[in-house]
Ligand binder design. Structure first.
Ligand code: UDP
Length: 420
């Protein structure tokens, strides 16, 4: 297909750069989502530009991922990392620069898909000024997040307003789980159109290594029980609950056990502070000799770590969707997770893992012990988990549902579900 046949679309992810290494501060699920969706949409025949904010003067302005799929970095505000709460101050500039880019490069988008509330503001402006239809994915909802937060940030009110106006104005909201859709309706607005399309995972990459091979590669003996966490060091991820649960485990001391807490952090930044806090709890509880912190795991090593684990624990206080649990399940590793948000949708308790109340150390300990003490049941959970991911959560499947939605919106055909 040549360029003239392809329709141009823009994915907008102001704070989550799809072209950076994943696993450090401010680089997590959203970056993965935008990159994977962008690349898969290009495969499906779209011409995809992914816009993000330049956060380092040395970064290249454009990154070509493959034919018809590139990241474009926009200068809006300082070319350094700034916390999310401050990015909105530069959103106006971001809009101006995108419009300038479109003019100079003669780009005309048939549709844009925005990600997270900061990009929602940008999208609403672009929609107003360029009359481009808009699809939005929240990734995280202020209305839910602030329920679990003691001190909401100063941007909270603004965020809630933008999230509401986005739901009521955008052509369609892509909700990644029925639970998120429910929260949108009960906490944000009864107006606006929603379609449910989940997040996906690379089911070829995850699942490419067997349990035995993975253990050989990482030098872990067959007798050892491996409990695995991977993700950002952020208090809302509940790593403390996991550490306390391992301390309470009845298996500890009876079988060789290893707790791996993986994910990038930078000393002096907020993830570095959380890593320090967790390390202290590990030491206080006398778990230092069974705990390791391997840091950021590269893309190549990710499937190996998941596959080597007996159980992957996702103890989040709040998790809008959660890519880690689906990556683990695609790798055939059962998940013990909090019964919150997207996990209620992706993990089927007692079939692909076990869900327990968030922050409940004892419940996490019991669930982990049940899986570790019954290898046969673990294998059953493992098979079910892999099957569920193959059937419902591949990126190709997700992108083809998005592609179909975009086409219906562009053609003015029926889509989504409006409740009011
Ligand atoms: N990740 C990674 N390397 C790491 C830590 C995390 O590649 O060291 C990836 C992980 O595989 C997943 C994403 O970061 O794809 C985290 O997404 P999730 O939705 O679980 O959490 P978020 O960070 O968005 O809250």
């Amino acid at each position: 297909m040549n360029t003239t046949n392809r329709q141009q679309i823009a994915l907008i992810s102001v704070h989550g750069d799809p072209a950076v290494d994943i696993g450090g501060e401010e680089a997590g699920g959203q970056n993965v989502y935008v990159r994977q969706v962008g690349e898969a949409l290009a495969q499906l025949g779209w011409d995809v530009d992914m816009f993000t904010r330049q956060t380092d003067a040395n970064q290249s302005r454009w990154v070509q991922h493959q034919d018809y799929c590139r990241t474009i970095r926009i200068t809006a505000g300082p070319e350094t990392f700034i916390p999310r709460q401050e990015i909105l101050d530069h959103a106006e500039r971001f809009v101006e620069e995108v419009i300038r880019f479109c003019r100079e490069q003669q780009r005309s988008y048939a549709l844009m898909h925005t990600n997270y509330w900061i990009s929602a503001w940008v999208g609403l402006e672009l929609r107003r000024r360029l009359a481009v239809p808009m699809v939005h994915t929240y990734h995280s909802l202020g209305a839910v997040k602030y329920q679990a937060t003691q001190e909401p940030p100063h941007t909270a009110t603004r965020r809630l307003e933008i999230e509401k106006s986005c739901l009521e104005t955008a052509e369609c909201i892509v909700s990644t789980s029925p639970q998120e859709r429910e929260s949108l309706r009960s906490l944000v607005s009864s107006r606006g159109t929603i379609e449910i399309i989940p997040c996906g995972t690379d089911i070829e990459q995850f699942g490419s290594v067997s349990y035995q091979q993975a253990r050989e590669q990482l030098g872990i003996s067959p007798e050892e029980k491996v409990i695995y966490y991977v993700g950002r060091f952020d208090p809302r991820k509940g790593i403390e609950t996991l550490v306390r649960a391992v301390h309470r485990s009845q298996m500890r001391g009876k079988v060789p056990m290893r707790l791996i807490i993986a994910g990038g952090y930078k000393p002096g930044q907020s993830d570095g502070d959380e890593k320090e806090r967790i390390t202290q709890i590990v030491q206080e509880l006398g778990l230092a000799d069974i705990t390791e912190f391997p840091g950021r795991i590269s893309d190549e090593k990710m499937p190996v770590y998941y596959a080597a684990a007996d159980v992957c624990v996702v103890p989040s206080h709040y998790e809008p969707f959660g890519l880690v649990p689906i990556e683990a399940m695609a790798s055939g590793t059962p998940v013990v997770g909090s019964a919150v948000g997207g996990l209620n949708f992706t993990v089927v308790s007692e079939e692909t893992g076990i869900l327990v109340p968030p922050k409940d150390d004892q419940a996490f300990a019991n669930a982990i012990d049940r899986i570790l003490s019954d290898p046969q049941w673990r294998n059953e959970l493992s098979k079910n988990a892999r099957k569920r991911m193959e059937e419902k959560f591949s990126w190709e499947g997700v992108a083809s549902q998005l592609s179909d939605l975009y086409r219906r919106i562009i053609k003015g055909q029926q889509y989504g579900e409006a409740d009011a």
